[in-house]
Design a protein around this ligand. Structure first.
Ligand SMILES: *Cc1c(COP(=O)(O)O)cnc(C)c1O
Length: 413
């Protein structure tokens, strides 16, 4: 799409990043300068349809008027107080989040990883204080293939070698069991088990959907053994999969004891994350036990409150269900020989590429040339997760470009 002359701009940005930035990412070579709805513009004047939505942080798309208005209004009032004082946004934000999620108490942090760290600390302390686990013995069972962020503790229980290699020593206390296997989880429970933490769909691991009833089974097992059931909804939550929270696919019987949220919680404008839980669990935190300078700041809370209002009232879950089905059907109808499987829920869609075809990244580069931005999840899965405000006509526009790119792939010699 770009010409050689204008490529200079992109090239200069790539050079600056390369020369002065850390090299901890491998982004597609597109430099975005503005966005609106589901579309972004790059520094060359090219337009792309965003089908990644910042890993679901941009569920409401770019430059949403209500969010911009709320952010601007709060910017002009007060943005940060620290938690040494109260501010007039955090109380209403906690109430709104409890109303939305059906939990009793909320604790704000900044990133998804911090929300997961918070849930881990909460579960450990609950284990010592309420369950009577011996000091420093608490175990939290994790699923293989998990992704909960990149802190030293979180990468300690990753099964992705690249996330771990070179970053030890690792935090102990996290036995691993296969994802989707409730019996394996129950078998791993000991007197020291305080919690299990799972993603309702393993998004980073390639949009892996567990068998029906898995979360409900985990709920039952946790209740039986007095273990906390904690769900990481950082990516799957807030309408992405067709419900407010992905565990709701299995109904109220699957309700966890606590949930981690992030990404879309900040409306794509501010970083804000949260743990929500039952009151008796949250109350293991007492003043001084945990915190964050920017956590619960009034700017983030004000924007997040509008985001939550849109989650409640804008029909985004229904959109995700309907458009997701439409998108998946269209992808299936292509019948591309390179495709092994098309899976997902709502607008969280994974296209698994057969092992004898080019890597998923190759397809993402093809899509980019055709004006569509998306990202591989693992090496062999193309992830489609457009903003939930995308129109059906925009998905159809994208499919006219995705189909020929999928069909153009040749098997490796
Ligand atoms: C993205 C993600 C995280 C980490 O969130 P950050 O804001 O990047 O720290 C945690 N859990 C899940 C399921 C995620 O998708």
């Amino acid at each position: 799409m770009s010409t050689t002359a204008t490529d200079m701009k992109t090239a200069e940005h790539l050079r600056l990043n390369d020369q002065y930035g850390a090299h901890n990412y491998h982004p597609l070579p597109v430099v975005i300068e503005s966005g609106e709805g589901a579309w972004v513009h790059d520094v060359e004047g090219n337009k792309y349809l965003d089908m990644l939505a910042a890993y679901s942080a941009l569920n409401f798309g770019y430059s949403h008027e209500r969010l911009i208005t709320a952010a601007t209004k709060q910017l002009n009032k007060v943005t940060l107080t620290s938690r040494a004082f109260h501010n007039d946004q955090i109380g209403p934000w906690c109430k709104d989040l409890c109303d939305l999620s059906g939990f009793d108490a909320a604790l704000p942090m900044n990133s998804g990883a911090e929300a997961c760290e918070t849930a881990i600390k909460m579960a450990r302390k609950w284990g010592y204080e309420k369950k009577g686990v011996a000091d420093n013995k608490a175990e939290i069972i994790m699923a293989k293939g998990n992704f909960h962020g990149r802190t030293t503790t979180i990468i300690s229980f990753s099964t992705d070698e690249q996330y771990r290699q070179g970053f030890g020593p690792y935090t102990p206390g996290f036995p691993l069991v296969p994802f989707g296997d409730a019996a394996a989880f129950e078998a791993a429970i000991t007197e020291n088990t305080v919690a299990v933490v799972v993603e309702p769909i393993q998004a980073e691991n390639g949009i892996i959907v567990p068998p029906d009833g898995y979360l409900k089974q985990l709920r039952e097992i946790c209740t039986k053994h007095n273990v906390l059931f904690i769900v990481d909804e950082v990516q799957t939550g807030l309408c992405r999969t067709g419900y407010h929270f992905a565990w709701q696919h299995e109904g109220e019987d699957a309700r966890p004891d606590a949930m981690c949220l992030g990404k879309a919680l900040g409306g794509g404008i501010v970083p804000i994350s949260a743990v929500v839980s039952r009151r008796e669990v949250m109350d293991v935190f007492r003043p001084g036990d945990h915190g964050s300078t920017f956590g619960g700041n009034p700017l983030c809370c004000a924007v997040s409150r509008v985001a939550m209002d849109m989650i409640k009232n804008d029909g985004l879950a229904e959109r995700a269900t309907e458009l997701g089905e439409h998108f998946r059907n269209k992808l299936k109808a292509v019948g591309a020989p390179a495709v092994q499987e098309i899976r997902g829920r709502g607008l969280l869609i994974g296209v698994q590429i057969k092992s004898n075809y080019p890597k998923a990244r190759w397809f993402c580069e093809k899509f980019m040339e055709a004006g569509i931005l998306c990202k591989d999840a693992h090496e062999d899965v193309i992830r489609f997760a457009p903003p939930l405000v995308i129109e059906q006509s925009e998905i159809d526009w994208a499919m006219e470009r995705i189909a020929p790119a999928l069909l153009s792939a040749e098997p490796n010699a």
